[in-house]
Design a protein around this ligand. Sequence first.
Ligand code: BV8
Length: 245
Amino acid sequence: MIGDLIRRAADALRSARRITVLTGAGISAESGVPTFRGAEGLWRSFRAEDLATPEAFARDPKLVWEWYDWRRGLIAKVRPNAGHVGLARWEARFPDFVLITQNVDGLHPLAGSKAVLELHGDIWKTRCPAEGTVRENKDVPLPEIPPRCPACGGLVRPHIVWFGEALDPAVIQAAYAASRASDVMVVVGTSAIVYPAAALPLAAAEGGATIIEINPDPTPLSEQAHITLRGKAGEILPLIDQALD
Ligand code: BV8
């Protein structure tokens, strides 16, 4: 059964001109990065509202930075998995290919993906709210919590989109345009409940795209997907890659 679905997915990709991929935390799960809403997910031990919002940061920047410092420490120890590597290969294989991710862990660029639309920012970057300056910061652990801006001395924040905050308009518009224009959209490892990211596959379907979902569990997107591959990204993506050869 899964063999037929893998072949159908490969056929759809082979005959597509424009391909988009949307990934979520699930694609990093096999690398050892906790997801948000799974059994051992981050939101199980922390409340999103207490940590991933501008209000939480205003209330207790030290606590919010301790959480990110802990996540950065976890992510620094892991490597991209076969799922990330497979998608980096597809970027080279397909002429019109756009990778859109909700993840902030930087594992797609680390796996070799060159053009990644990072909808929710980057855990390896800080932003100075006073000047807007974005800087790369890979210190693990952070020498000072909360970290300060080297230029003005004020608090810097993670360069991450929190709940209730708008995404970078250029990034979300590019993601919408690519999704709407695509012939195939592969949706990997997302619970498909966070907007506006979760609207992208719907925009792709409206544009006539074939939606392929790769996820061990059903999601609100599953009934819209044309091909549903119930499995792990690190296992399914290499199987599709083999079927493409
Ligand atoms: C905005 C940064 C407006 C933090 C994140 C009510 C209804 C609809 C919408 C809303 C609502 N109330 C509020 C909203 C808006 C809100 C939203 O959508 N809330 C949801 C929870 C209902 N959205 C926002 O606030 C967005 N902003 O709307 O702004 C606005 C407009 C103009 C001006 C001002 C304001 C901002 C959203 C961004 C929030 N930030 N992250 C951080 O990371 O530190 S979102 C957070 O969830 C993560 O970034 C993550 O990327 C994202 C989605 O989670 P997933 O990636 O899907 O991960 P999850 O754990 O949920 O699922 C993992 C999946 O993988 C599962 O399905 C699992 O089965 C699967 N899996 C597991 N293992 C594997 C696997 N799959 C494959 N292989 C495996 N091995």
